[in-house]
Design a protein around this ligand. Structure first.
Ligand SMILES: NC(=O)c1ccc[n+]([C@@H]2O[C@H](COP(=O)([O-])OP(=O)(O)OC[C@H]3O[C@@H](n4cnc5c(N)ncnc54)[C@H](OP(=O)(O)O)[C@@H]3O)[C@@H](O)[C@H]2O)c1
Length: 275
């Protein structure tokens, strides 16, 4: 089997641009974990399409940064809880870049309340952004990837989807839901490639995986009171929050052609909090 495109200098061990020529759509790609993913994939040679909802200035700043480092980055406004917006954004990316190789379903929100105080609106808002959004975007992306015979879909779930959390029933349910969506799309992607006679052992393949970060140092946890974070850290064997870059590097690894045999899995990055 030949595995292409992981170019490594045999003397220095430095890696080249394993994602050169690839196009990656990263939702919520200009802030927090998403921005780290955009930077990491751009650093490996991918052209970035960064999604945003409200943060236009941040998205334009990220695009400027990527471009000043010699990369390519377009920005795409849209609400991932809207099926219409999701289909439009994938269409925009295909129009502007001509292809879509990597979809990172990263956009996410929290509306934390105990179940007894949670309204149907609180429930629906979180489920629509964190779970339905991944479905709305994956559908047109998968169609294109099946046609081309290759691709990567990464769903950013959470440790909360694995262990639950007081006050986060909506978020935990949505993030657990991503595991089922991931496994099913992984099976369907492989089946569709097989049916089209494109399931060979030489190319990058079409894989779907989930990432389950633990507590990561971003704006999402900025509102958590210090004393609560201290208690959280006591439950983490490594006794600290993770950094967005520590999540991004796993995403980049899974995007490489050489990761073609990894599909339908949940990748935990949590300092040992869940094992
Ligand atoms: N931080 C953690 O501890 C942690 C742990 C586990 C999993 N995660 C997951 O990792 C992902 C990123 O989290 P983060 O910590 O980086 O969060 P963050 O800093 O709060 O950023 C959230 C991102 O999602 C985008 N977004 C929110 N609602 C959207 C919508 N309706 N449509 C389109 N984009 C939307 C935001 O875009 P705008 O800025 O344009 O609004 C922003 O870029 C989320 O899925 C989160 O659940 C985070």
């Amino acid at each position: 089997m030949t595995v292409s495109a992981v170019r490594q200098d045999p003397r220095t061990g430095e890696r080249g641009s394993p994602l050169a020529g690839r196009v990656a759509l990263v939702t919520g790609g200009a802030r927090g974990i998403g921005a780290a993913i955009s930077r990491q994939l751009a650093g490996q040679g991918a052209a970035i399409a960064a999604g945003y909802r409200r943060g236009r200035d941040g998205a334009l700043a990220l695009a400027g940064e990527v471009e000043s480092n010699g990369g390519v980055c377009t920005v795409h406004q849209g609400h991932v809880g809207s099926a219409y917006d999701c289909e439009r954004v994938v269409g925009e990316v295909l129009d502007q870049h001509g292809r879509l190789d990597i979809l990172v379903n990263n956009a996410g929100i929290t509306v934390d309340k105990p179940v007894l105080k949670m309204s149907p609106q609180d429930w629906n808002e979180v489920v629509s952004v964190n779970l339905s959004g991944a479905f709305y975007l994956s559908k047109p992306a998968l169609e294109h990837m099946v046609d081309r015979g290759s691709g990567r879909i990464l769903n950013i779930s959470s440790i909360i989807g694995q262990i639950g959390n007081v006050g986060q029933a909506n978020y935990a349910a949505a993030k657990s839901g991503l595991f089922g969506l991931t496994m099913t799309m992984a099976r369907e992607a492989a089946h569709a490639l097989g049916k089209a006679g494109k399931l060979d052992d030489r190319g990058p393949g079409l894989t779907v995986n989930a990432i389950a970060p633990g507590f990561i140092d971003t704006e999402m946890v900025a509102d958590v009171p210090e004393r609560v974070l201290d208690r959280v850290k006591q439950q983490i064997p490594l006794r600290r929050l993770g950094q967005p870059e520590e999540v991004a590097r796993v995403v980049a690894f899974l995007c490489e052609d050489a990761s073609a045999y990894v599909t339908g899995q949940v990748w935990a990055i949590n300092g040992g909090m869940e094992m």
